[in-house]
Design a protein around this ligand. Structure first.
Ligand SMILES: Cc1cc2nc3c(=O)[nH]c(=O)nc-3n(C[C@H](O)[C@H](O)[C@H](O)COP(=O)(O)OP(=O)(O)OC[C@H]3O[C@@H](n4cnc5c(N)ncnc54)[C@H](O)[C@@H]3O)c2cc1C
Length: 481
């Protein structure tokens, strides 16, 4: 059997592409784990939308400014100009964003936005609500628990994917393949991502000589409760700071005024580095304080954060919560055009966090990524519908490489620590070189394919970071000490 479209990933990008492909097409969505084990499910703050024509221009300006001069302006225009359309389409289909007391859409503000233009759902559970809604809208079958281990590519054409399903490798053939496999949080000791998001497809693309770009641009979220055991940490959404939460030291000193005039609403990289620096300089713990909130409002507006933290002993908004930055979002990725197409491989597309259209430049504006998923998925789906593909079946051998080896777990842990220590918020040439040595050394050992893909992705991040000698946006280089 040959599918019309195989979509790798069931987050916002994959499901939005599926929603825009008619039931008459043979579409299969593949995802690695349970469908909710994706970053989309965990998104809290909301979805950006330009509130009127004038705001389209401001959104472009804010996105470009956050991107520190490295954004692809055309991509940013497309994102902003399509925002009202894709968000309107969700509402028309029945998705309910939160409303104010007057029954109008409630727009909130996050860091580096010049206007309140972020819509949210379930208070602070936008991702969960949106994901559930997109799953309900999805007209196509889904193969859960299938991990893509390879792309079937020959002479510049993609023919399908190889998956590991029930511990067996099998090929799934398709006229078009859409990569919507998200970011790479699991490469770091501390991150906010779903646990299975580990940059597999970025690694596969590197093996196939497909171009990845801006891999050094990694966004660290400033306010994460990191004192839990799992690598995946509880995020404290930017909207909290947007609505008055403050960063304080041990004596409740609100230190952001010493770092940036925008204080808590400075872009994420600035806030992350300020926290890093304040901790290092003073040796103090840093907290998020909710003193400015009235209790009833807080519990209605941020019900899930209040409940999650109550579960670990914090009574919000009375208590302050210790926080630290953690890895959050991969800005770079598989290079695509604005229809998701990948140069050099016909019928292969990438959308969402795994892709790089250049829309985020050197730093992503808060809440632009759910929007990115919606906009570029709908454009890729349109491209696929418009294109006629002649498919001549082709044989591909099934690989006999081991997927896992005995010491993989050990190396995986070491990789995470090295990425956190040396490829994190503040980088040095020496640290990056050490990370590269470790990765190359590990790649030369007997390891399984899953680990190899992580290492290839990590290697590309480090190589890109080494190439960019000057600090810009989220990429911050310090002198070797
Ligand atoms: C805690 C948190 C809060 C956030 N808050 C916001 C917010 O408020 N607003 C905003 O705009 N953005 C937010 N973001 C970012 C945003 O959620 C993500 O960038 C976006 O959801 C990514 O969507 P995606 O569809 O590209 O990937 P994901 O939603 O991560 O989905 C990836 C899919 O790919 C599948 N997959 C991966 N590898 C394989 C493989 N090898 N084989 C098969 N399947 C595979 C996974 O199983 C999954 O289904 C947040 C992110 C996090 C982690």
């Amino acid at each position: 059997m040959v599918y019309d479209v195989v979509i790798i990933g069931a987050g916002v990008a994959g499901l939005a592409a599926a929603m825009n492909l008619p039931k008459s097409k043979k579409v299969l969505i593949i995802n690695k784990n349970h469908p909710w084990e994706c970053n989309t499910f965990y998104a809290q703050g909301g979805v950006v939308t330009a509130i009127n024509d004038e705001d389209e221009i401001s959104l472009i300006q804010d996105t470009m400014e956050a991107g520190a001069g490295l954004c692809n302006e055309h991509a940013v225009r497309v994102l902003s100009e399509h925002s009202a359309q894709v968000v309107g389409n969700l509402i028309e289909r029945g998705f309910e964003f939160d409303k104010n007391k007057e029954g109008e859409l409630h727009y909130t503000k996050e860091a580096a936005h010049s206007a309140s233009r972020i819509l949210h759902a379930g208070g602070d559970a936008t991702g969960r609500y949106l994901h559930h809604f997109l799953l309900e809208q999805n007209p196509h079958p889904m193969l859960e628990g299938a991990q893509v281990t390879d792309l079937l590519i020959d002479e510049g054409q993609c023919y399908g994917v190889c998956v590991n399903y029930n511990d067996e490798q099998k090929h799934i053939f398709s006229k078009s393949v859409v990569i919507a496999s998200g970011g790479l949080g699991s490469l770091f000791s501390f991150h906010t991502n779903a646990s299975k998001i580990s940059g597999d497809l970025q690694g596969i693309c590197l093996e196939k000589n497909i171009e990845l770009e801006r891999m050094e641009m990694l966004q660290f979220h400033p306010t994460v409760y990191v004192s839990s055991h799992a690598a995946q940490k509880q995020l404290l959404t930017e909207a909290l700071r947007g609505e008055g939460a403050q960063l304080v030291g041990e004596n409740n000193y609100a230190f952001m005024k010493d770092y940036d005039d925008r204080m808590e609403l400075a872009p994420r990289d600035i806030v992350s580095r300020a926290i890093f620096d304040y901790k290092q300089r003073t040796g103090e713990e840093v907290y998020l304080s909710f003193n400015n909130f009235e209790e009833e409002y807080f519990n209605n507006r941020f019900p899930n954060i209040a409940a999650n933290l109550r579960g670990i002993g914090y009574d919000l908004p009375k208590d302050r919560v210790p926080i630290s930055p953690a890895f959050h979002y991969a800005i770079g990725g598989i290079k695509t055009n604005l229809d998701g197409e990948i140069k050099g491989v016909d019928n292969l597309y990438a959308i969402g966090e795994v892709a790089s259209t250049g829309v985020h430049g050197a730093n992503r504006l808060a809440s632009n990524s759910l929007l990115e998923g919606l906009v570029f998925a709908s454009r890729a789906a349109q491209k696929i519908k418009d294109k006629s593909v002649t498919y001549v079946p082709k044989e591909f051998p099934i690989s006999t490489d081991s997927l896992r080896c005995e010491d993989d777990k050990l190396y995986k842990g070491q990789l995470r620590r090295i990425m956190w220590d040396d490829v994190g918020i503040v980088r040095t040439q020496r640290g990056l070189k050490e990370a590269l040595n470790f990765i190359e050394d590990t790649l030369s050992k007997p390891i399984g394919r899953f680990l190899k893909l992580r290492l290839l992705t990590a290697k590309e991040i480090v190589k890109s970071a080494l190439k960019r000698k000057v600090s810009v946006g989220v990429h911050y280089m310090s002198e070797d000490s």
